[in-house]
Each structure stands twice: as C-alpha cells, then as structure tokens.
Write a protein that binds this ligand. Sequence first.
Ligand SMILES: C[S@@+](CC[C@H](N)C(=O)[O-])C[C@H]1O[C@@H](n2cnc3c(N)ncnc32)[C@H](O)[C@@H]1O
Length: 230
Amino acid sequence: MEHQPGRSEYKKVWSALSTTEDQAKLHVIGVTDEAAFQETGEETLRFLQNTVGIGKEDVVLEIGCGVGRVGKIVAPLCRKWIGCDVASNMLSLTAQRLKGLPNVELVEISGYNLSGVVDASVDVVYSTVVFMHLESWDRYNYISDAFRVLRPKGRIYVDNINLCTDGGWKVFETHRAFSPANRPPHMTQNSTPQEIETYLKRAGFSDVLIRTDDDWIRASGIKPEFFANS
Ligand SMILES: C[S@@+](CC[C@H](N)C(=O)[O-])C[C@H]1O[C@@H](n2cnc3c(N)ncnc32)[C@H](O)[C@@H]1O
C-alpha cells in the first residue's frame, strides 16, 4: 500500500486533496454543483452573523479557507477578508473564485499557527469545517494564536461536529469502522462542547458561548479589552 502522510502533515495531506477544483469542493463540503455549493456558503454566513457578526469596518480572517466558499460571501460585507490555508492549491482556487474583489488577502500558513499575521490586527477570526481535521493540540494552537492576532474586543467563531449527540456519535462510529491501517489522515474527529469551551477559556477569551442546537458545536468568544499582558 502507498505510504500515507500522517494526520498532522497537513500541508502534504491537503495539497493532495485539492489538485482539481471539483476534488477540492468535494473535500470542502461534499458538493460540486455551483448553486448548491454557494447555498452552503450562505448558510455558514447565517451562523457567523448569529454569533460573531460581520460588520462593514471589520477585518475578518478565516483559518482554513479552502476554495473561498465562505470568503466569497463574507468579503463584500467587510473592510478586509484574509483567507489563510495550509494548502497552496486551495489558495489558488480561492484566488480564482474571489477574483475582482479588491479587499482580499491570501496567506499560506504552516498548518500550526497564524505566524505572519500581525498582533492585534484583526476584528473577527473564524474557522469552519476545519477543526475535525486537526489534532486537538493544533485546534488549541489556532485558538491561542487567534487571541494574539485579534484586537481587544475582537470576536472568534469555531465549530466542529459534536461527539455527544446521536448524529455526532453516528459520525464517530462511521469513522471507527475503518481499520487503523486504512484511516485516511484527514478523517473527521469530533469534539465535545467541553473541549472547545476549555480551549477558548484557557486562551483568554471571555463571553464564551457554546451552541449545541444540532449535531454541531458552534462556539464564540470575545478577546477582553484588558487582559493580563495588555
Ligand atoms: C473541509 S475544508 C473547509 C474549507 C472552508 N473552511 C470552508 O468551510 O469552505 C478544510 C480546509 O482546511 C484546510 N486545512 C487543513 N488543515 C489545516 C491546517 N492545519 N491549517 C490550516 N488549514 C488547514 C484545508 O486545506 C482545507 O482548505
């Protein structure tokens, strides 16, 4: 069997999953049809608006932006949209999709942090459909580095599939069925609400809200105006 990269070799894993637009779209959200694909982006926008909100003066940063499914909808609503991803193929597809939008910046990141993004320069950080592909340490690494790049009173949104609901458990069982040797490195790993809440609080966020209305955890927090190192 061909040697597979390890789960935390994110650059290798996700570059190989995004060699064509259709393949990338399938791995991003499971659909290639453009109208259906765009509808999923509108749905994510609704979650963002109901949690952190997107304002026209905001600098907004997405961790793991994929092909710009959400960025295409968010960028016209804010001052600047920064799309960060570990895979250069994904960023090229985002550049194509968002062509013509003047307020877009794309950053290829290491896969472990937001190095290269200036401290206290961003109003909203969000990451959607990404945490299930990360090791838990890297989930926290991103939340902790988001705290660094956010301005005081900046907002954060992250999500993952909930281990603790029946639907979330079904996802867990589907993946448990893979034999250990055949587990794909990008395979979904759920979170518990407590895990995400712990990371947000440990990183220093206040007003942490964990929503568990369906089989997802949708979490938000605010960087306090004054904190230990300020
Ligand atoms: C399922 S896709 C979701 C893309 C986008 N957030 C969306 O919802 O349309 C996961 C994305 O995360 C990126 N990714 C995976 N591991 C990453 C990491 N360690 N750091 C940054 N991006 C990562 C992948 O390249 C891919 O673009």
